[in-house]
Write a protein that binds this ligand. Structure first.
Ligand code: UD1
Ligand code: UDP
Length: 354
């Protein structure tokens, strides 16, 4: 088969690494990078660390409003798909790249597979929720990381197209953790003791673009008196500067760093005392490493992590965040292994039987 994988944003690069490796053993794959993320530390570093093959195309769409970015991806993608005539398009996750990729391929009558299908927060104010719904309803093959995702798709009348494969991000951790342990010097560079710091990431629009929410989260960080390592997403930096919140977190305990490569991030996650995040991927990685996760959202798609007690939804409330940072200490068993690292193989099987 000739398969076109469409990627564009940081979490998609992580998922792409194990996928490309497996696809290329038996099929011809081309990678189309939409250019949604373009800074070296949001894109290039993942290709080099995870040895993802160089994209065959970079559409260079860059940043803009949702409609413009989505439309630009579609406009630039169509001629590439026209020329390459793949048998299958693969889209991953829930970004504008995902929705635009699925919409373009479906309109061209090209078979489409969606990896990380069926995830739902049931919160349609999130751009990601809209992207997931669009991608799922347009794709021919829905590759689900969890049973919950299968259930969601069944409820939407999409059960026949769905396969339970597990989560490809777990494949990535299993493949790269040992290498990260060898190559990352982040604990030494930042002079950190294992379990001696909290790790924080935020980038969801509802947290960054809304001044009250961002201020409340920053206040909680500032008041926690814990050492916090805060790799700052470019979106977050933009709004922290815009709202004049940098002073609030200028404290010796809070260490702001640039977005990190995957190896440094895995090592920081594994050794963190707790993780505070609004990222989907980081919530799962926290669960994998059995590090207590405080989610700075009111809901999550990764419901197993909450049901098992390893993740708590603190939202943006300063007091709730502080309380969780001090007192949230889960210990229970974990019910979900997210496919245990075998997702890419199952994805390949499902694709081959399409
Ligand atoms: C996007 C996804 C989100 C995903 C996240 C992963 C959408 C709607 N959102 O959010 O689901 O969780 O990626 O990180 O697709 N910027 C840079 N350099 C870059 C990329 C972005 O400076 O390389 C800045 C720009 O100011 C841009 C802003 O970040 O406007 C937001 O980027 P964008 O890709 O629109 O959304 P993310 O917040 O990254
Ligand atoms: N990540 C990283 N460096 C960072 C922040 C995140 O390598 O500074 C990795 C993280 O380990 C995970 C993925 O990026 O594998 C998650 O991406 P992100 O949080 O941007 O998006 P989401 O998962 O919320 O869509």
């Amino acid at each position: 088969m000739k398969i076109a994988s469409i990627v564009g944003a940081r979490p998609q690069f992580v998922k792409q690494a194990p996928l490309s490796r497996l696809l290329r053993k038996k099929h011809q794959e081309i990678i189309i990078h939409t250019g949604q993320h373009y800074d070296d530390n949001m894109s290039k570093i993942f290709f080099s660390e995870l040895k993802i093959p160089e994209p065959d195309y970079n559409l260079g769409v860059g940043s803009s409003s949702h409609a413009r970015q989505t439309a630009e991806i579609m406009t630039r993608l169509e001629p590439v798909l026209e020329k390459e005539k793949p048998d299958l398009v693969i889209v991953l996750g829930d970004t504008n790249t995902t929705a635009a990729g699925a919409l373009t391929a479906a309109k061209m009558g090209i078979k489409t597979a969606h990896i990380e299908a069926g995830m739902r927060s049931f919160d349609r104010s999130m751009p990601e929720e809209l992207n997931r719904i669009v991608a799922d309803h347009l794709s021919d093959l829905l590759l689900c990381p969890t049973k919950e995702a299968m259930k969601n798709l069944k409820n939407e009348g999409l059960g026949k197209k769905a396969s339970l494969t597990g989560d490809i991000m777990i494949d990535a951790i299993k493949e790269f953790l040992a290498i990260a342990e060898k190559k990352s010097g982040i604990l030494k560079n930042l002079k950190l003791e294992s379990k001696g710091y909290l790790l924080a990431t935020i980038h969801r629009a509802s947290n960054t673009d809304n001044m009250e929410n961002l201020k409340s989260i920053m206040s909680a960080f500032a008041e926690s008196r814990e050492k916090i390592i805060f790799p700052m997403h470019p979106r977050t930096r933009k709004f922290i500067e815009k709202y004049g919140l940098l002073n609030k977190i200028k404290k010796p305990e809070i260490q702001i760093v640039e977005p990190l490569g995957y190896f440094d991030m895995l090592i920081l996650e594994k050794n963190a005392k707790k993780i505070l995040t609004d990222s989907g991927g980081v919530q799962k990685e926290a669960y994998f490493f059995k590090v207590p996760c405080i989610t700075l959202r009111e809901n999550t798609e990764w419901v197993e992590t909450v049901k098992d007690g390893w993740n708590t939804l603190a939202g943006t409330n300063r007091k709730k965040i502080l309380d969780a940072a001090r007192n949230f200490n889960p210990k229970g068993k974990q019910s979900e292994d997210y496919g245990g690292g075998k997702a890419s193989r199952k994805i390949l099987e499902a694709i081959e039987s399409l």
